[in-house]
Design a protein around this ligand. Structure first.
Ligand SMILES: [Fe+2]
Ligand SMILES: [Fe+2]
Length: 482
């Protein structure tokens, strides 16, 4: 998990100012409870600094960091600066509301062999157990997680996070979290197929920008999981909630996503409204890269025939250029260099970030968008990124096949850009009444994507909320010639 710096509220608000979108009051979860802890060390976890929080007095909250390597894993898990009462979980200590909430999974490392379970309880519960197995009637394996509390005042949240490694590829696992007498429902996830196969046949969904209307959000997610062939996992393109510090909005977001999160892992791209908030950072467990201030905000992994690279286009304002055009760009070029060299095994490269380089709606000319466009689009072109998935503009839009300056290519492959946003956020119209020159198709509509990939083809099918296909937004790509 994390090594981030928590943000002051002023910094959070500054992240949103470029949006020029009004902030309205949102309800918060009430009530944090006094911390208490047993200091019990979880079995099977190697801890460098197991914190042992004092019981009772909030003024003596335990702020010691926690860093450990989960059993059988190659990656480390570190508590977030600014969080309190960071402890390894146990099997026995329950607070007044121990029933797990917002239970979901994501990949902290290789998706074919690892998984992270994340859930919320009251601040006193230290029982942090996962039972899992390939038979839903026999959850015969166990792991313990860690517990952290963070957030501003009444938005405080207590999060459990358990990591498991050494899983079998291409296998459905069933699991429940909590502890004896306080288990969640049994949910499931599937690991990615093993590397190096040639018979890949994978599916994933893409949605984004849920933040204004959580009824629409829930309907989108119910539509995503409808039918017999469900996606293997889901990508979110950012802006889950109006303001990432508001835990009440996160509760509504998780409730809306529950039908999908019960059956598949999710991977998140950070949006400006998520505001680098501690609530966002705590509630998603994603891969760390070697960049402490941005850990879990940009990362990459291979899923079958697709290399997925997630980027963060909302760095701290005082580090904006230094990150977008500096630290992150250096990492991104190194990652894409490796991905390009591995095309024979993983033929497609897909980038995911929030602010579209090439959209036609209200953010298409803002300073931050132009900076991301002029900095990253030439790199996508240079390394032959096949597809870029974005949010931020509340609509559906497919670009032409473009070079790094947004010109339509001829005689060679370019990059396709797709905006998949507006899964609850108020829809946007075209900025100038007409699509920009780089646009192939635009529709102001609630939408989500399904992407199907094999070694020889990657197909994108966009859907409206009613389940009809946005036909002119379909894309079918073959591997680039090597
Ligand atoms: Fe947005
Ligand atoms: Fe946004």
């Amino acid at each position: 998990m994390r090594t981030h710096r928590p943000l002051a509220l002023a910094a959070v608000l500054s992240l949103l100012s470029a949006c020029q979108e009004p902030l309205s009051a949102a309800s918060n979860d009430a009530g944090s409870l006094p911390p208490t802890d047993t200091g019990t060390t979880a079995q099977g976890i190697t801890s460098d600094a197991a914190a042992t929080g004092d019981a009772g007095d909030p003024l003596t909250e335990e702020r010691a960091p926690l860093a450990y390597t989960p059993e059988g894993c190659m990656h480390r898990v570190s508590s977030l600066p600014g969080t309190i009462n960071n402890v390894l979980g146990n099997r026995t200590v329950f607070g007044p509301m121990p029933a797990p909430r917002n239970v979901h999974t994501s990949w902290p490392a290789d998706p074919s062999s690892t998984i992270a379970f994340v859930w919320q309880t009251d601040s006193q519960t230290r029982a942090s157990v996962v039972q899992f197995g390939t038979d839903p009637m026999m959850l015969d394996q166990t792991a313990l997680g860690s517990v952290s509390t963070g957030g501003l005042g009444s938005t405080e949240v207590t999060i459990h996070e358990a990591h498991v490694c050494g899983l079998r590829p291409d296998t459905t696992y069933h699991y429940r979290v909590g502890g004896e007498g306080h288990w969640s429902a049994v949910q499931r996830f599937k690991t990615a197929p093993a590397a190096g196969r040639t018979d890949y046949d994978v599916n994933f969904a893409v949605s984004g920008d849920s933040r204004d209307n959580f009824t629409t959000w829930r309907q989108v997610q119910e539509r995503v999981v409808m039918g017999t062939q469900q996606p293997d996992f889901q990508i979110f393109t950012g802006d889950a909630v109006l303001l990432g510090t508001l835990q009440g909005a996160w509760q509504q977001w998780f409730t809306g996503a529950a039908s999908s999160q019960a059956v598949m892992p999710w991977m998140m791209a950070h949006g400006n409204h998520d505001a680098l908030a501690i609530n966002y950072l705590m509630q998603f467990a994603q891969p760390q890269v070697d960049a402490p201030e941005q850990s879990e905000l940009y990362f990459s992994f291979d899923y079958g025939p697709v290399h997925l690279i997630f980027l963060n286009d909302t760095p701290l304002r005082d580090d904006y250029a230094g990150n977008v055009a500096g630290t992150q760009l250096t990492w991104m070029r190194a990652d894409l260099t490796r991905a390009r060299a591995n095309r024979a095994r993983v033929p497609f490269i897909v980038a995911v970030h929030h602010k579209p380089c090439f959209g036609s709606s209200r953010h298409s000319s803002t300073t931050d968008t132009v900076f991301v466009r002029t900095t990253w689009a030439p790199v996508f072109d240079e390394f032959g990124v096949d597809l870029v998935l974005n949010g931020h503009e509340h609509d559906f839009e497919l670009s032409k096949e473009l070079d790094g300056r947004g010109q339509e290519v001829s005689g060679r492959r370019g990059t396709r850009y797709i905006v998949a946003a507006g899964a609850g956020a108020q829809l946007y119209e075209l900025q100038d009444g007409t699509p920009r020159s780089w646009s192939a198709y635009y529709e102001s509509v609630v939408n989500f994507l399904r992407i199907h990939a094999t070694m020889t083809r990657l197909e994108v099918t966009p859907y409206r909320l009613d389940g009809t296909i946005i036909d002119r937004g379909r894309v079918s790509l073959t591997p680039r010639p090597m």
